[in-house]
Design a protein around this ligand. Structure first.
Ligand SMILES: [Cu+2]
Length: 272
């Protein structure tokens, strides 16, 4: 798809990007989740913490049990091993307890899965199309469309993160329920922005749906998360969250560029 609208935002001064507090992106030596910026991501973080605690308890229990067996039943302390086998109550217990743990995990997990599935009352829609190897975006309600390609290393402006910045980026309003629809025109891609708690596959010939509500203004970075070919690692995602007023102004600005002249150019290009 040819670029229809250059989406450079008037609000996206490089100075804003240079402030790391405002950008949500991978950090050096980061081992935990990126800071949550949507209700979904808050829930994902809570679920992840809960499951990690459960895992640690299981790990500690197995470790202690193993230590006990090693010490207590060492050949020197236990020269004549017992010959019995099978213990029905014990076998029932070590089957049922793990099942119960899994059921306890499954409830919040499925609740979250359904909560992420679909926006109940979306205020607007962002349609995402994956290509080898860039993304294109449509705001069907606002009639805005553009492509977003990665900024090459030599072209990076000060503050722009390497392999994450894009030439055109998505602008979205905060505190707004945004329906996100994904599709692809060649192979399977996956649109993923960690801080927003969104990771959804983009299939050719299929429209997937999820939603996001961004809690604070700033820059959010993500990457394609489905191996999609040689440049899979070079189709990043850059989202700028702005206030509702700034978003309206941005859309107006885009509107000027989607004049009929642009439309004619596009049709002329398509006809060639
Ligand atoms: Cu991809």
């Amino acid at each position: 798809m040819s670029r229809i609208v250059p989406a450079t935002s008037v609000f996206s001064a490089a100075a804003t990007l240079a402030s790391p507090a405002l950008a949500d992106q991978p950090k050096a030596w980061g081992i935990w989740m990126q800071e949550a910026a949507s209700p979904t991501m808050h829930q994902i973080t809570t679920l992840n913490t809960t499951i990690t605690v459960i895992i640690l308890f299981v790990l500690a229990f197995v470790f202690v049990l193993l230590g006990y067996v090693v010490v207590r039943f060492h050949a020197s302390r236990n020269p004549t091993p017992a010959k019995w086998e099978h213990n029905t109550p014990l076998e029932v217990a070590w089957t049922l307890i793990p099942v119960l743990i899994l059921v306890v995990i499954a409830f919040p997990s499925f609740r979250l899965l359904y909560a992420m599935d679909r926006a109940k009352d979306a205020d607007m829609t962002l349609k995402v199309t994956g290509h080898q190897w860039y993304w294109s975006y449509d705001y069907p309600d606002q009639s805005v469309s553009f492509d977003a390609n990665m900024v090459q290393e030599g072209d990076l402006k000060p503050g722009e993160p390497r392999l994450l910045a894009t030439d055109n980026h998505i602008v979205l309003p905060v505190d707004t329920t945004i329906r996100i629809q994904t599709t692809a025109d060649d192979v399977i891609h996956s649109w993923s922005v960690p801080s927003l708690g969104v990771k959804i596959d983009a299939f050719p010939g299929r429209l997937n749906e999820t939603w996001v509500k961004i809690e604070r203004p700033g820059f959010y970075f993500g990457q394609c998360s489905q191996l999609c070919g040689i440049n899979h690692g070079f189709m990043p995602i850059e989202v700028e969250a702005v206030t509702k007023e700034q978003f309206t102004a941005w859309i107006k600005n885009q509107g000027k560029r989607t004049s009929s002249a642009d439309g004619r150019d596009r049709l002329a290009n398509a006809a060639q």
